[in-house]
Design a protein around this ligand. Structure first.
Ligand SMILES: [Ca+2]
Ligand SMILES: [Ca+2]
Length: 106
């Protein structure tokens, strides 16, 4: 029986690999172009560039205009879209957002 934590570690490893593959110039930062190209075509067509832009900005927590490996992995953990089956919903809520806390609390 596999524990949830080893499953999470595995998915993080896979995400780190995806990051390395997407980082075409190898500077350990993903630009928006690189971020878009790492998404499967199906995802791009389904969600559109504007939604992807929203994901990119959500991942770029220090607003530097690019997503570092740390930002990317954090985003993967926070994102229910990426791994809906791995993470329980209670852990996916972005506690830093006041509106989300208010919605959950009252
Ligand atoms: Ca890059
Ligand atoms: Ca950044």
């Amino acid at each position: 029986m596999k524990s949830a934590s080893s499953k999470l570690a595995l998915s993080l490893q896979r995400d780190a690999l995806r990051f390395a593959e997407a980082d075409q110039d190898g500077n350990m930062e993903l630009t928006f172009d690189e971020f878009i190209q790492m998404q499967p075509q199906q995802v791009r067509e389904q969600h559109g560039v504007e939604t992807l832009r929203g994901w990119f900005e959500a991942a770029d927590t220090d607003s530097s205009g690019s997503v570092s490996i740390n930002e990317f992995l954090l985003w993967c953990v926070m994102s229910t879209r990426s791994h809906p089956s791995v993470l329980p919903c209670s852990r996916c809520q972005p506690t830093s957002l006041p509106s989300a806390r208010a919605a959950a609390g009252r």
